[in-house]
Design a protein around this ligand. Structure first.
Ligand code: NAD
Ligand code: UDP
Length: 312
């Protein structure tokens, strides 16, 4: 049955893929975005669909509409962007959550929060399981994002316990793919753009810190399975358990682009987590979900996208 679905942050990297998939499945999609890090180019091809609507709005201000489901993605996600205006970042998570939870409560809509592996901080438990409470610095430069997202989880759980709002919480691990902004500042886009332009590849610290990279289509599949699940509210990790150092990632990108770029080492930003890998047992059990796209295959698609938009 056709649903009306609100996607906040729908013009961003992940949101644009989600909007497209939901439209292809025959839904009506309301994309709400203030275009801080989102981009019209990500959604312009969807505008010809009469069931797609774009709302320019900042989610830190209340908004009223009728909807069946809400995916709440509105928040800058790259460290460079979320540290640019840290107060606005924490407002996007906290005031934004209060505003969308208010819509969900009034409209009796199911609502999914795009939380993050950052709630685990620099983790002492490896790989990260959902029952781990994390190791987060509350006063550092990443706190506006990490603590904002942690507080958003609290708000979702309290609206659920107190007001019976039908919530879902997913914790997304590092995700990459087409529609990332070339100046986004995250590692996959940085390395690919640098390699394609023959510039130095910027390794922060010694490059031995690890991340697990998930291709965006795998994430979107997991998000929809979570939204459509009738009983399980989460939180659930959605990520690819393959774990790589930043040096390994740089080598792969150089190999796949055939680039002559050299590695340069730069200072490690404060509070940069040293290791990160999801335990996805819960997602496998409850959602019958696991990622299907290997890092090399996802990187090839992402390289193709950047070649196109950089006109190379
Ligand atoms: P993105 O920056 O491309 O998308 C965020 C979108 O939200 C943008 O379109 C931006 O303009 C919009 N936005 C920001 N503040 C807003 C506000 N106040 N009002 C309305 N719109 C606003 O980032 P993304 O990678 O697509 O991330 C989407 C969501 O997923 C974010 O909530 C992020 O925290 C979460 N997440 C992403 C990753 C990842 O690796 N990409 C990992 C964990 C969690
Ligand atoms: N990183 C890097 N070079 C870059 C950008 C990032 O070495 O040009 C490192 C960064 O220090 C971190 C990892 O890559 O250890 C992932 O960074 P990103 O900003 O993509 O995501 P997050 O730290 O939020 O997981």
């Amino acid at each position: 049955m056709k649903k009306r679905i609100l996607v906040t942050g729908g013009a961003g990297f992940i949101g644009s893929h989600l909007c497209e998939r939901l439209l292809n499945e025959g839904n009506e999609v309301l994309c709400l975005d203030n275009f801080f890090t989102g981009n019209k180019a990500n959604i312009v091809h969807l505008l010809k669909n009469p069931y797609f609507e774009v709302i320019r709005h900042d989610i830190t201000m209340p908004y009223y509409l009728e909807t069946d489901q809400i995916y709440n993605l509105a928040c800058p996600a790259s460290p460079i962007h979320y540290q640019y205006d840290p107060i606005q970042t924490i407002k996007a998570s906290i005031l934004g959550s209060i505003n969308v939870l208010g819509i969900a409560k009034r409209a009796h809509a199911r609502i999914l929060q795009a939380s993050t592996s950052e709630v685990y901080g620099d983790p002492h438990v490896h790989p990260q399981v959902e029952s781990y409470w994390g190791n987060v610095n509350p006063i550092g430069i990443r706190s506006c994002y990490d603590e904002g997202k942690r507080c958003a989880e609290t708000l979702f759980m309290d609206y659920h316990r107190r007001n019976n709002v039908d919530i879902r919480i997913i914790r997304i691990f590092n995700t990459y793919g087409p529609n990332m902004h070339p100046q986004d500042g995250r590692v996959v886009s940085n390395f690919i753009v640098q390699a394609l332009q023959g510039k130095d590849i910027t390794i922060y610290g010694n490059g031995l810190q690890t991340r697990s990279f998930q291709y965006v289509s795998d994430l979107v599949e997991g998000m929809i399975r979570m939204m459509e699940n009738e009983e399980f509210i989460g939180p659930v990790n959605l990520g690819n358990p393959g774990e790589f150092t930043m040096l390994e990632l740089a080598e792969k990108v150089i190999h796949l682009t055939g680039s002559k770029s050299k590695l340069v080492f730069m200072p490690l930003p404060a509070d940069d987590p040293t290791q990160r890998r999801p335990d996805i047992s819960l997602a496998k059990e409850k959602l019958k979900w696991e990622p299907t796209i290997a890092l090399e295959d996802g990187l090839k698609e992402t390289i193709k996208y950047f070649k196109r938009i950089l006109d190379l």
